[in-house]
Design a protein around this ligand. Structure first.
Ligand code: PHE
Length: 457
């Protein structure tokens, strides 16, 4: 990770921010969340929220980091002592969310690693169908130790990268692999869109049937927007603090939002035609959707094993890049707060703590199978509680921090900076959405979710 204010090349910043945004959230989580919430209407709400709430908060987070030059914890503590208001809780909330998320994210990255190893082994099999037949999430579900071990491998690699300062190396690798990944995705997209289920899928995705929404849909859409754009974690605050002062934050925010939303759209266009054509009557609402659908589809093609291997390798590297960003944020926060703590030590301590937390989602379908929290397994609860519950609260925290940490004149300057093509009018719109729309939608989302919880059959 470059030192503060050293982003000479704007391209590296884009790699960092887009690399953090595009990960498992887009390819793994988004499709089944769309399935769970009935398709078109949800997709429409998601897109609207991305470009209103998401973009506005993204600019706000970059702005906090850029103007204060520190990460979210230090920024919130400074503001607390300046204003004598307890806004430091939002800094701690973000840090808590990042820690819990990385634990849970590592378990899913472990699933990707499992598929990757299965594809590697299939390569050496005379009958690749043998291993492909073993590629079921059930194997993982029945083996908590396997999940924990794979999550540990992923976390250890993440810690090593942050401790050794290899982040730039990883970014470079990811940037080399990006075109390849893009090609694979386009290839898959052509394959999946030529299936005869495409018309049904297009209707499912682009015809908004609002009757399919449920009480939770608004908070699901909102939570996913925050998760996929890495908002509420303090990640974008840290990245903003690395950025030079004269960059145009609104333009950067817009580009990151556009790319991330496009990647999510491609993901659903890729997964759903295959899922719809599945003979196994694939449920669209299950977290195993990507993992069940893709290998089965590939097994029908010659060379599918090699294709799957490279695809899952790219997917893992993208997820690794996102994990590195998350651990980097946690480490930066801790080091700023305790300058006597060395970076490496702080990354290792965080890694050990996160590994401990990862025990819970890893064993959620085995050892802790009977431990249900309001009807949800631990891993589901992690997902729902963090993404649909805590993240929106952190979003409100970011609104308050942006308004208190950056004075009105500086906020205005961000929109008026020399390089920027944005105007005063945009500033007024942005501030209106930040002050009024973001908190209202978040509160509505949480309120409806509460109703959904009460009326649950
Ligand atoms: N945005 C990432 C994704 O979509 C997840 C993430 C959140 C990564 C926060 C880093 C920080 O997969």
């Amino acid at each position: 990770m470059p030192k503060r204010s050293s982003f000479k090349k704007r391209f590296s910043f884009y790699l960092l921010a887009i690399g953090s945004a595009c990960g498992l959230g887009n390819l793994w989580r988004f499709p089944y969340i769309v399935g769970e919430n009935g398709g078109g209407a949800f997709l429409l709400i998601y897109m609207l929220l991305s470009f209103t709430i998401g973009l506005t908060l993204l600019i706000a987070e970059l702005m906090i980091g850029n103007s204060r030059g520190v990460s979210v914890l230090a920024a919130s503590e400074k503001v607390s002592s300046e204003t004598k208001q307890p806004v430091f809780v939002f800094g701690w909330l973000s840090l808590l969310i990042s820690t819990l998320t990385l634990a849970y994210y590592s378990v899913i990255c472990g699933w990707v690693l499992h598929y990757l190893t299965q594809f590697v082994m299939s390569l050496f099999q005379i009958d690749p169908a043998f291993y492909l037949s073993k590629m079921s999430v059930n194997i993982l579900h029945h083996n908590g130790w396997l999940q924990f071990m794979l999550a540990s491998v992923h976390l250890i690699v993440t810690v090593i990268i942050v401790v050794k300062g290899f982040e730039e190396g990883v970014e470079r690798w990811v940037s080399y692999l990006l075109p390849l990944f893009g090609l694979l995705v386009v290839g898959l997209l052509i394959g999946s869109l030529s299936l005869d289920t495409t018309t049904d899928v297009l209707r499912f995705l682009f015809y908004p049937d609002f009757s399919k929404l449920n009480w939770n849909s608004l908070s699901h859409a909102l939570g996913h927007v925050l998760f996929t754009l890495s908002l509420g974690f303090g990640t974008m605050v840290t990245f903003g603090s690395y950025l030079k002062k004269d960059e145009s934050l609104p333009i950067i925010g817009l580009r990151v939002t556009v790319v991330d939303t496009l990647v999510s759209l491609v993901a659903v266009l890729l997964i759903f035609p295959i899922a719809f054509s599945s003979s196994k009557n694939q449920p669209l609402t299950d977290p195993s959707l990507l993992f069940e659908v893709l290998p089965r589809f590939l097994s029908a093609y010659k060379g599918g094993v090699l294709f799957g291997l490279v695809f899952f390798l790219c997917l893992w590297l993208a997820a690794l890049n996102a994990s590195v960003g998350l651990l980097e944020t946690i480490t930066a926060n801790l080091v700023e707060r305790r300058p006597d703590l060395k970076r490496s030590k702080s990354a290792i301590i965080s890694g050990v703590l996160i590994l401990f937390v990862a025990i819970f989602p890893s064993f959620s379908s085995t050892l802790f199978k009977n431990l249900l929290i309001s009807g949800h397994s631990i891993i589901d609860f992690f997902d729902i509680f963090i993404i649909n519950g805590l993240l929106p609260l952190a979003g409100i925290g970011m609104v308050i921090l942006a308004l208190k940490a950056v004075d009105a004149k500086s906020r205005y300057q961000v929109f008026k900076s020399e390089k920027s093509v944005t105007s005063e009018k945009m500033y007024t719109h942005w501030e209106f959405v930040l002050k009024w729309i973001v908190p209202s939608i978040i509160l509505f989302g949480l309120f409806f979710q509460g109703i959904g919880w009460l009326v649950k059959p």
